[in-house]
Design a protein around this ligand. Structure first.
Ligand SMILES: Cc1ncc(COP(=O)(O)O)c(C=O)c1O
Length: 398
């Protein structure tokens, strides 16, 4: 056939894949669309009567394979069959879920010490659409129950544990049990832990979201997110519709990068946790440090809760230097080995100032009420040699 084609047609035609064996690594499907052998096949796939890929905004083998792998990790060791949707960012995963699960007049119950972007989404995007947010201390279960009892418009409890950036932990089982009694769904942002350290499904949560940009990818070279739920949940079809129509889908290249990073997830999380414990212990003995927030410390108020829910305590911690903002600024400007950067979960140590970076748009009153002080410094402890990390902290604290 190709012998009869004109030169320009031969150029324009796609190469026909002649696969003789299976690649050992997941291929990157860079096709925006998929072709059909007949109109009957196309109709059957479009109607959902036959399995098949259509258009990469709806997913494709690279994207779907990685989404399902994360869903399987979240459900690992349980009888749960989970599904996953990869999105273009953690925020895309969170907003896809919110737009699927909530309608005008509904309310979200949440905590003040969330990732700043999530608080912003709730207050600035969903608020004007008449989806209101009630920010309370979710550690106070009596207040949570009172709210649920008196306000049937609360349709979702949304939380992070440990929370960003103060590392407070929440009792997942109690929150999800309570939510079920009041016909409300629970959503856990599991970005800080990954399913290796904590599996919210095992404590009754309905949906899990991640910024895969962080630990799941682990190498700081992709922005993406994932939304995981349980098969059979009535919202699954709505979520897929929202993802397709708002276009919050991930792309194949980022999906591939997440998968590549996840191959070392278990050993990375072990090392992050080991190093963070050492940094937390070092800082808590330092005379110029007045507060260290790390759930692995025996005197952390949520240590026992974290121990019951998490396999290890993770790589994130925050601390406050004596002298507040001024000492914090001096410390950050003196760093030589660790990097000042607004992300977390990479293999190298990253430091951030929440009040002027990740949480700058969170109303000061919410910051003050949740311990996000002007002097708080957050560290995403990497997997480098611990001596190099501590030596840098030592010289920067001065
Ligand atoms: C806990 C948490 N959730 C969600 C997000 C948003 O993720 P992304 O930046 O991938 O949209 C972040 C970003 O820092 C985060 O820290």
């Amino acid at each position: 056939m190709y012998k009869k084609m004109n030169f320009s047609s031969l150029c324009a035609k796609e190469v026909k894949e002649e696969r003789t064996s299976t690649p050992h690594q997941l291929p990157i499907y860079a096709a925006s669309t998929f072709q059909f052998n007949s109109i009957e096949e196309s109709m059957a796939v479009f109607k959902g009567e036959q399995k098949g890929d259509i258009y990469s905004r709806f997913g494709n083998p690279t994207i779907n394979g990685v989404a399902q792998k994360i869903a399987n990790l979240e459900a690992h060791g349980s009888e749960i069959d989970a599904f996953g949707f990869l999105c273009s960012s953690g925020m895309a995963a969170i907003s896809t879920l919110m737009f699927s699960a909530l309608a005008p007049g509904d309310k979200v119950l949440t905590q003040g010490n969330l990732y700043g972007g999530t608080t912003d989404l709730l207050l600035k995007i969903l608020g004007p659409l008449n989806i209101q947010t009630d920010i309370i201390n979710l550690q106070d279960l009596d207040v949570v129950e009172e709210k649920l009892k008196n306000d049937p418009s609360i349709k979702m409890i949304y939380f992070e544990t440990p929370a960003n950036p103060t590392l407070d932990c929440l009792p997942i089982l109690q929150l999800s049990d309570m939510a079920k009694r009041y016909d409300c769904i629970t959503v856990a942002d599991n970005t800080f832990c990954t399913p290796y350290l904590q599996q919210p499904f095992l404590f009754g949560v309905d949906f899990i979201v991640h910024s895969t940009t962080k630990y799941l990818n682990g190498h700081g070279n992709s922005i993406a997110g994932v939304l995981v739920g349980k098969e059979g949940h009535p919202l699954k079809a709505k979520i897929f519709q929202t993802l397709k129509l708002i276009g919050t889908n991930c792309n194949s290249w980022d999906a591939w990068l997440i998968n590549n990073g996840m191959k070392t997830l278990a050993i990375r999380m072990d090392k992050h946790s080991e190093n963070a414990q050492k940094v937390a212990e070092y800082l808590s003995k330092h005379p110029k440090v007045i507060q260290v927030n790390y759930p692995g410390l025996l005197d952390h108020p949520d240590h026992h809760l974290a121990k019951a829910q998490m396999r290890k305590f993770g790589g994130m911690l925050s601390f406050e230097l004596d002298g507040g903002l001024e000492s914090g600024k001096k410390f950050m400007n003196h760093l030589q080995f660790c990097t000042l950067a607004p992300t977390l979960g990479d293999v190298d140590t990253l430091i951030l100032h929440p009040a002027s970076m990740s949480h700058i748009n969170v109303p000061p009153a919410i910051r003050a009420a949740t311990g996000i002080t002007d002097g708080l410094v957050r560290i995403s402890v990497g997997i480098e040699a611990i001596e190099d990390i501590i030596q840098d902290l030592e010289q920067a604290i001065g």
